[in-house]
Ligand binder design. Structure first.
Ligand code: GRF
Length: 188
C-alpha cells in the first residue's frame, strides 16, 4: 500500500511538482493525496488541479491561526494523509500543529543545515565566502529549520555567483533530492 502524502505550498510549487512527478513511478512508496495552500491563487494549485490531484486552499485572513490550521488539518485528515511535505510553504506551523503530526512532517530548506536557518540563505553563504551552498531535507520540529536532517545535496559556489544564480542551481538539486529523500523516509 502506498503511503498517502499531503503537500503544503504557498507559491509556484516546483518542489511539489517534482514530488508529484516522482510519484508516477509504480515503485514510488507514496502517492500524493492532497495539495493544500494558504494562498487561494497559488500557481501550484492550478497545476495540481490540471493533473486531477485533490487541492485545498484556505486563507488564514480573518481568523485565529488555530482556526486556520484546524481547517488545514481537517482537509489533510479527510484525505487520509499520513505524512506532510512542506514545499515552499511560507508560514510557520504552530507548536500545536507540529505536535499533532510529530515526526510526520518534512521540509526542504535551501542551505546546508545547520548553516543558514531562516531566509536569504544563498546570499548569506556567498557573503561568508563558503565553497558550497546546497539544500537539506529535514524533519519539522518546533525549532525553525532545526529538526533531524534526512539528506543534503551540495552545490559549488562559482566565482561571480549571485543569490539568484546560486538559487537556480540549488533548486535543480532540490528537485532531485526531495523526492528521493521523501521516498526513503516513507519506506522506513
Ligand atoms: C525553495 O527554495 C525551497 O527550498 C524553499 O522554498 C522554495 C520553494 O520553491 N523551502 P518552490 O515553491 O518549491 O518552487
Amino acid at each position: 500500500m502506498k503511503r498517502k502524502l499531503g503537500i503544503l505550498i504557498s507559491g509556484r510549487g516546483s518542489n511539489m511538482m517534482a514530488l508529484v512527478e516522482a510519484a508516477r513511478d509504480p515503485a514510488c512508496p507514496y502517492e500524493v493525496a492532497l495539495i493544500a495552500s494558504d494562498k487561494l491563487e497559488a500557481p501550484g494549485l492550478r497545476w495540481a488541479s490540471q493533473k486531477r490531484i485533490p487541492t485545498f486552499a484556505q486563507t488564514p485572513k480573518g481568523m485565529p491561526k488555530s482556526e486556520y490550521e484546524e481547517r488545514i488539518d481537517a482537509a489533510l485528515r479527510a484525505c487520509d494523509v499520513e505524512a506532510i511535505a512542506l514545499a515552499g510553504y511560507m508560514r510557520l506551523l504552530t507548536d500545536d500543529f507540529v505536535a499533532r503530526w510529530r515526526g510526520r512532517i518534512v521540509n526542504i530548506h535551501p542551505s546546508l543545515l545547520p548553516k543558514y536557518k531562516g531566509l536569504d540563505t544563498h546570499a548569506r553563504a556567498i557573503e561568508a565566502g563558503d565553497s558550497h551552498g546546497g539544500c537539506s531535507v529535514h524533519i519539522v520540529t518546533e525549532e525553525l529549520d532545526g529538526g533531524e536532517v534526512l539528506g543534503q545535496a551540495q552545490v559549488p559556489i562559482l566565482p561571480g555567483d549571485t543569490s539568484e544564480t546560486l538559487a537556480e542551481r540549488v533548486l535543480a538539486e532540490e528537485h532531485r533530492l526531495y523526492p528521493r529523500i521523501v521516498a526513503e523516509w516513507l519506506s522506513r
